[in-house]
Design a binder for this molecule. Structure first.
Ligand code: FES
Length: 182
Protein backbone atom coordinates (compact mmCIF):
# COMPACT_ATOMS: atom_id res chain seq x y z
CA UNK A 1 0.00 0.00 0.00
CA UNK A 2 1.28 3.50 -0.90
CA UNK A 3 2.33 6.05 1.72
CA UNK A 4 0.65 8.68 -0.42
CA UNK A 5 -2.98 9.52 -1.12
CA UNK A 6 -4.15 8.11 -4.46
CA UNK A 7 -4.16 11.51 -6.18
CA UNK A 8 -0.46 12.01 -5.29
CA UNK A 9 0.65 8.44 -5.98
CA UNK A 10 -0.93 8.52 -9.44
CA UNK A 11 1.23 11.50 -10.42
CA UNK A 12 4.38 10.61 -8.45
CA UNK A 13 4.82 7.04 -9.64
CA UNK A 14 4.09 7.57 -13.33
CA UNK A 15 5.10 11.17 -14.15
CA UNK A 16 4.74 11.99 -17.85
CA UNK A 17 7.18 14.89 -17.76
CA UNK A 18 10.07 13.39 -15.77
CA UNK A 19 13.43 13.51 -17.52
CA UNK A 20 15.54 15.95 -19.52
CA UNK A 21 14.52 17.41 -22.90
CA UNK A 22 16.49 18.39 -25.98
CA UNK A 23 17.15 22.01 -26.95
CA UNK A 24 16.11 23.52 -23.62
CA UNK A 25 16.39 27.33 -23.62
CA UNK A 26 14.92 27.95 -20.15
CA UNK A 27 16.18 26.10 -17.09
CA UNK A 28 15.30 26.68 -13.44
CA UNK A 29 16.12 24.91 -10.19
CA UNK A 30 14.93 25.34 -6.64
CA UNK A 31 15.57 23.35 -3.47
CA UNK A 32 14.01 22.94 -0.06
CA UNK A 33 15.96 24.19 2.95
CA UNK A 34 13.95 21.78 5.09
CA UNK A 35 14.91 18.54 3.38
CA UNK A 36 17.49 19.43 0.72
CA UNK A 37 15.40 18.00 -2.12
CA UNK A 38 15.40 19.86 -5.43
CA UNK A 39 13.33 20.28 -8.59
CA UNK A 40 14.92 21.28 -11.90
CA UNK A 41 12.80 22.23 -14.90
CA UNK A 42 13.96 22.36 -18.50
CA UNK A 43 11.77 24.06 -21.11
CA UNK A 44 12.02 24.64 -24.84
CA UNK A 45 10.21 27.90 -25.71
CA UNK A 46 9.72 28.63 -29.40
CA UNK A 47 11.04 32.16 -29.94
CA UNK A 48 8.51 32.95 -32.69
CA UNK A 49 5.25 31.39 -31.56
CA UNK A 50 6.15 31.85 -27.84
CA UNK A 51 4.86 28.38 -27.24
CA UNK A 52 6.34 25.95 -24.72
CA UNK A 53 7.08 23.10 -27.09
CA UNK A 54 8.67 20.76 -24.53
CA UNK A 55 9.11 20.54 -20.78
CA UNK A 56 10.79 18.06 -18.49
CA UNK A 57 11.81 17.96 -14.83
CA UNK A 58 14.13 16.12 -12.48
CA UNK A 59 13.77 15.84 -8.73
CA UNK A 60 15.17 13.81 -5.87
CA UNK A 61 12.20 14.80 -3.71
CA UNK A 62 9.34 12.92 -2.12
CA UNK A 63 6.16 11.90 -3.89
CA UNK A 64 4.53 15.23 -3.01
CA UNK A 65 7.32 17.19 -4.64
CA UNK A 66 7.29 15.04 -7.76
CA UNK A 67 3.49 15.26 -7.98
CA UNK A 68 3.70 19.04 -7.69
CA UNK A 69 6.39 19.23 -10.40
CA UNK A 70 4.29 17.00 -12.62
CA UNK A 71 1.25 19.25 -12.05
CA UNK A 72 3.26 22.38 -12.89
CA UNK A 73 4.66 20.75 -16.04
CA UNK A 74 1.22 19.61 -17.19
CA UNK A 75 -0.17 23.12 -16.62
CA UNK A 76 2.31 24.77 -18.99
CA UNK A 77 3.10 22.02 -21.53
CA UNK A 78 2.17 23.22 -25.02
CA UNK A 79 0.83 26.47 -23.58
CA UNK A 80 1.61 29.85 -25.08
CA UNK A 81 3.24 32.37 -22.79
CA UNK A 82 -0.03 34.36 -22.89
CA UNK A 83 -1.69 31.45 -21.13
CA UNK A 84 0.64 31.25 -18.13
CA UNK A 85 -1.38 33.61 -15.93
CA UNK A 86 1.72 34.35 -13.83
CA UNK A 87 2.08 30.64 -13.00
CA UNK A 88 -0.96 30.74 -10.73
CA UNK A 89 -2.09 27.25 -11.57
CA UNK A 90 -5.59 26.25 -10.55
CA UNK A 91 -5.87 22.96 -8.66
CA UNK A 92 -2.27 23.24 -7.45
CA UNK A 93 -3.11 24.12 -3.84
CA UNK A 94 -5.71 21.42 -3.60
CA UNK A 95 -3.25 18.81 -4.82
CA UNK A 96 -0.61 19.54 -2.21
CA UNK A 97 -2.68 21.17 0.51
CA UNK A 98 -0.85 19.39 3.31
CA UNK A 99 2.62 19.66 1.74
CA UNK A 100 2.71 23.17 0.37
CA UNK A 101 6.43 23.56 1.02
CA UNK A 102 7.14 20.70 -1.42
CA UNK A 103 4.80 22.24 -3.97
CA UNK A 104 6.41 25.68 -3.60
CA UNK A 105 9.81 24.24 -4.54
CA UNK A 106 8.33 23.02 -7.82
CA UNK A 107 6.58 26.32 -8.51
CA UNK A 108 9.69 28.38 -7.72
CA UNK A 109 11.82 26.19 -9.97
CA UNK A 110 9.42 26.79 -12.86
CA UNK A 111 9.37 30.55 -12.21
CA UNK A 112 13.16 30.51 -12.11
CA UNK A 113 13.19 28.91 -15.57
CA UNK A 114 11.03 31.75 -16.93
CA UNK A 115 13.22 34.33 -15.16
CA UNK A 116 16.31 32.87 -16.82
CA UNK A 117 14.59 32.87 -20.19
CA UNK A 118 13.79 36.52 -19.56
CA UNK A 119 17.42 37.26 -18.68
CA UNK A 120 18.67 35.67 -21.91
CA UNK A 121 16.17 37.69 -23.99
CA UNK A 122 17.32 40.87 -22.25
CA UNK A 123 20.96 40.15 -22.98
CA UNK A 124 20.24 39.53 -26.65
CA UNK A 125 17.85 42.47 -27.20
CA UNK A 126 19.34 44.84 -29.81
CA UNK A 127 17.02 47.86 -29.22
CA UNK A 128 18.11 51.16 -27.73
CA UNK A 129 15.35 51.48 -25.14
CA UNK A 130 14.97 48.84 -22.47
CA UNK A 131 13.21 45.60 -23.25
CA UNK A 132 10.52 45.28 -20.58
CA UNK A 133 8.47 42.22 -21.42
CA UNK A 134 10.78 39.50 -22.62
CA UNK A 135 7.98 36.98 -23.07
CA UNK A 136 6.64 39.07 -25.96
CA UNK A 137 9.58 41.28 -26.88
CA UNK A 138 7.86 44.52 -25.81
CA UNK A 139 10.11 47.50 -25.20
CA UNK A 140 9.70 50.45 -22.87
CA UNK A 141 9.11 52.64 -25.90
CA UNK A 142 6.20 50.50 -27.12
CA UNK A 143 4.58 50.54 -23.68
CA UNK A 144 4.87 54.31 -23.52
CA UNK A 145 3.45 54.69 -27.02
CA UNK A 146 0.50 52.30 -26.65
CA UNK A 147 -1.36 54.89 -24.55
CA UNK A 148 -2.59 52.43 -21.91
CA UNK A 149 -3.33 53.68 -18.41
CA UNK A 150 -3.11 50.40 -16.50
CA UNK A 151 -1.09 47.20 -16.56
CA UNK A 152 -4.19 45.35 -17.77
CA UNK A 153 -4.66 47.76 -20.67
CA UNK A 154 -1.02 47.32 -21.66
CA UNK A 155 -1.66 43.57 -21.69
CA UNK A 156 -4.73 43.96 -23.89
CA UNK A 157 -2.91 46.17 -26.37
CA UNK A 158 0.53 44.54 -26.54
CA UNK A 159 0.38 41.21 -24.63
CA UNK A 160 3.10 42.57 -22.31
CA UNK A 161 2.67 41.26 -18.78
CA UNK A 162 0.28 38.48 -19.73
CA UNK A 163 2.88 35.69 -19.73
CA UNK A 164 5.07 34.86 -16.74
CA UNK A 165 4.09 38.18 -15.15
CA UNK A 166 7.59 39.09 -13.99
CA UNK A 167 7.52 42.38 -15.92
CA UNK A 168 4.22 43.66 -14.48
CA UNK A 169 5.91 45.75 -11.79
CA UNK A 170 8.12 47.44 -14.39
CA UNK A 171 5.09 48.13 -16.59
CA UNK A 172 3.31 49.74 -13.62
CA UNK A 173 6.34 51.97 -13.03
CA UNK A 174 6.41 53.08 -16.68
CA UNK A 175 2.70 53.94 -16.58
CA UNK A 176 3.11 55.83 -13.28
CA UNK A 177 6.00 57.80 -14.68
CA UNK A 178 4.12 58.57 -17.96
CA UNK A 179 1.02 59.69 -16.01
CA UNK A 180 3.04 61.94 -13.70
CA UNK A 181 4.43 63.73 -16.74
CA UNK A 182 0.97 64.61 -18.09
S1 FES B 1 8.30 39.14 -19.11
FE1 FES B 1 6.88 37.50 -18.96
S2 FES B 1 4.97 38.52 -19.13
FE2 FES B 1 6.40 40.05 -19.45
Amino acid sequence: MSLYPDSIARLAFAPRFAGPIEDANAVGTDASFACGAFVRFELAIDPDSKKISAIGFRSNGCGYMIAAAETCAAAVANAKLTELHECNFSGFEELAADRMRCAEVARHALKEAFARFRQTQLEEFPGEKALICTCFGISEELIERCGAQSVEEVGERTNAGTGCGSCRMLIAEIIDSAMSEL
